[in-house]
Design a protein around this ligand. Structure first.
Ligand code: HDE
Length: 719
């Protein structure tokens, strides 16, 4: 037997051979074991290795003796085709990727549970809502829309909020977003919308950004998109955390009770941690500091037992109410103000388990709006109707087989039986001859298979729209769909002055990236229908003349403002789920750091220690290790910052760009800065001037992690 080359194991190989985590396959003990005899001594006779690790095998169960060297003809000779172990391994690797989602490619998922907190049998016969306390497992996938699977987490974008509820009457997929309205009214425009926002077709950029010509060209030609554009340019599109976003089913759905009565419904998810956003400058910097910011935040919170939760709410109304509104409830570019129809809380969702395997679960999960359960039904919303086709169709091209429902993450957790058979990658082994019906196999003593159940099975709500006589086939939209501006105005005018400035600035930023001047003009002409002040601010920000107002297909009306649409008006002042960066260095007072840390954790927050070196370094009262090095832990990663430094250490840090930037950014992003006297020299260098958010270290809890928006005009020239 030829000798295996005896090389020094590389550091990465050392890692590969280190202690496996539970459930992880690991290589044999001797990484150079070309010699089966030697290896054998380390292996228990039949079962696992002595240390409990399973034997490495190929995909057909053959044990592998050497996972480091391929089979060669001689020490320096060519590799042999006969090496089935090498060939299988490379073959499988070559086929690891599946097509990424056309939209929503970048996503993060988690498992959890949904519990009904208020039974609503009068409204729906859906099994999950029959009894308070009824519960079912869920899987949630959050996503950005425009970027590819490997893009960053914090672009300005809509967030997908897709929930799969594994109920005892089948899977219910509520495939929503963090914005309650959509860009378009009719599914036929979706490919155009998506093409326009994705990277431009000839140049292949920009990635994960709406700030480019084709997107703004398209939306400026589609006035119905103006309402969603307002949301996308607001702080909703740059969330602080996936744990702090709202979710919406977007479309009007239908609830149907046991008596067969139907009512319209809009679904909502309200984050228990409250909503919070970043600033644009911060979002951009986070993209560099931690491209996985949201994914990491979700994973770490769940791993730490800090389980994110959302309340599920419903807005329920009937046809008569809908008929009186100045908008059409079947139009997905419109919302129903909470002040008009309150959001009633009916359940709570808790995400309590990270995925074991990203690909198997988060990548392979297949959501479909067609997954509804008896008691929940569709409406004629033309956007929803298109989705009912699209999602089943897309799964076949992503997952490659009509049997994608058998993948564990997609399979229902209640029994399912039917006569569908075979197909690529069939993993079920149905016994017997019953693969058709009707049949009389029972008369021969054989299993005759499942039967339809008229009483409990899904039946479609028949009277789906009283206002539609259904007689004519038309490519047409109902009259009220032509009101494109009233709700865009409602959204804009319901924001705080600071949020309005953010929207105006976001539009200026995006349009400044648009090279076609006529597109910029067209957008501003449309903004005049939303709000003249907004249009003027954007025009001023672009240094252009105010263009003539665009013609509106239907004159906008003024609706009563809705505080529920503003993040800042609803902001909760809490440390729960928030992360505070504490800067220290050699000589810092350990007792003060410990006290502050305990205070933060006592209030439900997380403290993250930052130092110029990761340490442990010498501090007053002992040694202390940092959680992160200063250069790799910029303040954009925290909700608030604190600093405990000896004057000489602070003096030294005035010559460190990362330290100065730490404070400059925290200040510019309107965060609380709690500091000791020693830090002052560094604050001066970073131009941090006193205000209600710059506080002595003892007052940290009082200042909290809310943003000090009143500071913003001092640090940023907003449109
Ligand atoms: Fe989707 N959408 N969509 N969409 N969508 C997809 O399905 C589509 C729409 C949403 O985490 C795709 O599995 C059409 C509205 C989310 O896996 C695809 C139309 C809303 C996700 C598809 C819409 C959404 C998707 C891509 C217009 C908010 C990610 C791969 C009629 C209510 C789900 C896939 C996940 C994904 C089609 C409009 C939300 C191509 C045709 C409106 C959260 O099938």
């Amino acid at each position: 037997m030829p000798n295996s080359p005896k090389t020094t194991p590389s550091p990465s190989l050392d890692n590969a051979l280190g202690k496996p985590r539970p459930g992880q396959a690991r290589p044999p003990i001797d990484e150079h074991a070309g010699n089966g005899g030697e290896l054998h001594q380390d292996i228990a006779e039949d079962g696992d290795h002595h240390d409990g690790a399973a034997h490495l095998t190929d995909n057909f169960g053959h044990r592998i003796a050497d996972n480091q060297n391929s089979l060669r003809a001689g020490e320096r000779g060519p590799t042999l085709l006969e090496d089935f172990i090498l060939r299988e391994k490379i073959f499988h690797f070559d086929h690891e990727r599946i097509p990424e989602r056309i939209v929503h490619a970048r996503g993060s998922g988690a498992h959890g549970v949904f519990e009904c907190t208020r039974a609503i049998p009068d409204l729906t016969k859906a099994s999950i809502f029959q009894q308070k306390g009824a519960s079912c497992p869920v899987f949630v996938r959050f996503s950005t829309v425009a970027g590819g699977a490997g893009s960053v987490d914090t672009p300005r974008d809509v967030r997908g909020f897709a929930v799969k509820l594994y109920t005892d009457s089948g899977n219910w997929d509520l495939v929503g977003n963090n914005i309650p309205v959509f860009f378009i009214q009719d599914a036929i425009k979706f490919p155009d919308l998506v093409h326009s926002v994705k990277m431009e077709a000839d140049r292949g950029y920009p990635q994960a950004a709406s700030a480019h010509d084709t997107f703004w060209d398209f939306v400026s030609l589609m006035p119905e998109s103006m309402h969603m554009v307002m949301w996308a340019m607001s702080d909703r599109a740059i969330p602080r955390s996936l744990r702090m976003i709202e979710g919406f089913g977007v479309h009007t759905f239908r609830l149907v009770n046991a008596a067969g009565e139907g009512r319209f419904v809009k679904f909502h998810w309200k984050p228990v941690l409250g909503m919070a956003s970043t600033t644009w400058d911060e979002a951009v910097k986070i993209a560099g500091a931690d491209p996985d910011f949201h994914r990491r935040d979700l994973f770490e919170a769940i791993a730490a037992g800090d389980f994110p939760q959302w309340d599920m709410g419903v807005q329920v109304f009937d046809e008569a109410w809908a008929a009186k509104q100045p908008y059409d409830v079947l139009d997905a570019t419109k919302l129903i103000p909470e002040e008009e129809i309150p959001v009633e809380i009916v359940g709570r969702m808790t995400l309590n388990r990270n995925v074991d395997n990203f690909f198997a679960e988060t990548e392979q999960v297949a959501f479909m709006p067609t997954n509804v359960i008896p008691g929940i039904d569709f409406t004629n919303d033309p956007l929803l109707q298109g989705r009912l086709f699209s999602y089943l169709d897309t799964q076949k091209s992503r997952l490659g087989t009509a049997n994608f429902h058998q993948i564990p993450i997609n399979a229902p957790k209640c029994p399912f039986h039917n006569f569908q058979r075979d197909g690529m990658m069939q993993t079920l082994v149905p016994a017997g001859r019953a693969n058709y019906e009707p049949n009389s196999l029972a008369e021969a003593g054989e299993d005759s298979g499942p039967r339809a159940c008229p009483e409990t099975g899904f039946t479609s709500f028949t009277a789906n729209d009283e206002r539609n006589d259904g007689s004519a086939k038309l490519r047409i939209r109902a009259e009220l769909f032509a009101d494109h501006y009233s709700q865009a105005r409602l959204f804009y005018r319901s924001q705080t002055a600071n949020e309005q400035a953010h929207i105006a600035s976001a539009i200026v930023f995006e349009l400044s990236k648009v090279q076609m001047a006529h597109v910029r003009i067209r957008v501003v002409a449309r903004l005049r229908n939303i709000d003249e002040d907004l249009a003027s601010r954007v025009a001023a920000g672009l240094a252009m003349d105010l263009p003539e107002k665009a013609e509106a297909a239907r004159a906008p009306i003024d609706m009563k403002r809705s505080d529920a649409l503003s993040i800042q008006k609803q902001a909760t002042d809490t440390l729960k789920g928030r992360k505070v960066g504490i800067l220290f260095a050699e000589g810092s007072d350990k007792a003060s750091i410990d006290t502050l840390k305990a205070e933060i954790e006592g209030a439900g927050g997380t403290a993250f220690l930052v130092a110029p070196m990761i340490g442990p370094i010498r501090v007053k009262g002992g040694t202390l290790a940092a959680d992160g090095q200063l250069a790799g832990s910029p303040s954009v990663l925290f909700d608030a910052v604190a600093s405990i430094l000896m004057p000489d250490a602070a003096e030294k840090l005035t010559r460190d760009g990362a330290a100065i930037q730490w404070f400059m950014d925290a200040f510019a992003h309107c965060k609380t800065i709690a500091h000791c006297k020693g830090t002052q020299v560094l604050l001066d260098k970073a131009h941090v001037s006193p205000d209600e958010g710059v506080v002595p270290i003892e007052d940290f809890l009082k200042a909290g992690t809310k943003r000090h928006w009143a500071r913003e005009p001092k640090v940023r020239d907003l449109a």
